[in-house]
Design a protein around this ligand. Structure first.
Ligand SMILES: CSC[C@@H](O)[C@@H](O)C(=O)COP(=O)(O)O
Length: 360
């Protein structure tokens, strides 16, 4: 168990009824696998960002709700479903912004409802199969996003990313990092700048760590440095992940993403959002409808310091995400192709392509 690539971000130990995750709050210095056996610890792991990143949260939710279902003793469908629904709503409340959490739980719910004529034992087996499929799909989807993203790049380019939309935020490859990893395999020699991403430093602790483990030329930036390196001509393209993309292309991602997008537009640098279709919410009209998670003040004032840094009693505003307006986004890279503005048209086409592929 040497590098992050030998470990799985999220896995199921069915025999011992446990969800296994790498504790991301301990990285990069401690590689610890947590064995989560009850719903409260799974909820906590999501809320406390031990498992994080939209796709990885979705995979964890799939396995998590399967484990909850497995524990339900009732054999009568209605009694089983009542408890299942309660467990689903509970997990769904762990974090509000990444749509993959409710997307995965709704997918599992649909399996239960479509099989109400079967025995509860059979339904549990179908839930296991669906949770495994959510994970397998995530791996396939990230690889295809990587190939689509790489088609836009040339060897030797300078790339910039914000937050962690890497292997640790997904089951494999990541989304924004997938073109970087695939490029590395082909000897593209990218130079990657990663923003530290305050307040939780996912860029410094996680992205820098995983890119370096893959042997990629990595430079860490404080969050206020991106415009400076862009002005010096060191950045040819920006790649970021996302937590929810609205129908019009407005995109919620980790706080700070929107200012990177605004700076990129100012310097004429393409700004790409890497989005599995599971993260595109066609029921959400625009960024204004996205629920932005507010997190505890201590993450800003205390968490990364030996003693409290900010004055006692200061008011703190700590939103976890911001919305990048569609006008600053050059393209949205999905597993079904690359969507260009106007996004209300191109995203619709992406979903038409998806439903055609699923029906063929
Ligand atoms: C492929 S992960 C995409 C996003 O989920 C990621 O960039 C991000 O914003 C994660 O936020 P986090 O609060 O760490 O879960």
């Amino acid at each position: 168990m040497d590098t992050i690539f030998d470990m799985e971000t999220v896995a199921l130990d069915d025999e011992n009824s446990a969800l296994l995750i790498i504790d991301q709050t301990q990285l990069p210095y401690h590689k610890e696998i947590l064995h989560l056996k009850d719903q409260e610890s799974i909820w906590d792991a999501i809320y406390l960002l031990k498992v994080r990143g939209a796709p990885a949260i979705g995979v964890a939710a799939g396995f998590g709700i399967y484990l909850a279902a497995k524990e339900i003793e009732e054999q009568d469908f209605d009694a089983f479903y009542e408890k299942f629904k309660r467990a689903k709503d509970y997990l769904d409340s762990a974090r509000p912004t990444a749509v993959n959490l409710s997307w995965a739980l709704n997918r599992m719910d649909a399996v239960v409802l479509a099989n109400r004529e079967k025995t509860v034992g059979q339904i549990k087996q179908l839930l296991l199969a669906e949770a495994n499929e959510i994970k397998r799909e995530d791996i396939r989807v990230c690889k295809t996003i990587g190939e689509n993203g790489l088609s836009l790049l040339k060897p030797g380019m300078g790339l910039l990313t914000h937050c962690n939309a890497g292997q640790l935020a997904t089951s494999k490859y990541g989304t924004a990092t997938a073109p970087m990893y695939l490029g590395q395999e082909k000897g593209y020699g990218f130079r990657v700048f990663c923003d530290e991403t305050r307040p939780l430093l996912q860029g410094a602790r996680l992205t820098a760590y995983e890119l370096m483990e893959a042997g990629i030329d990595t430079t860490l930036l404080c969050d206020n440095m991106a415009p400076s390196v862009m002005r010096q001509g060191l950045v040819d393209a920006v790649f970021v992940g996302c937590d929810r993309v609205a129908k019009n292309g407005d995109t919620a991602n980790k706080i700070g993403t929107s200012y990177v997008a605004i700076a990129a537009k100012n310097y004429g640098i393409p700004f790409y959002v890497c989005a599995p279709t599971s993260t595109i919410d066609m029921d959400c009209e625009s960024g204004g409808d996205i629920h932005i998670e507010l997190r505890p003040a201590e993450e800003v004032t205390e968490m990364w310091y030996e003693k409290r840094m900010a004055p006692e009693g200061v008011k703190v505003y700590n939103p976890s995400f911001d919305v990048t307006d569609a006008q600053f986004i050059t393209a949205i890279i999905t597993e079904y192709g690359i969507a260009y503005p106007p996004f209300d048209v191109s995203l619709k086409e992406i979903f038409e392509k998806k439903s055609k592929a699923q029906n063929d």
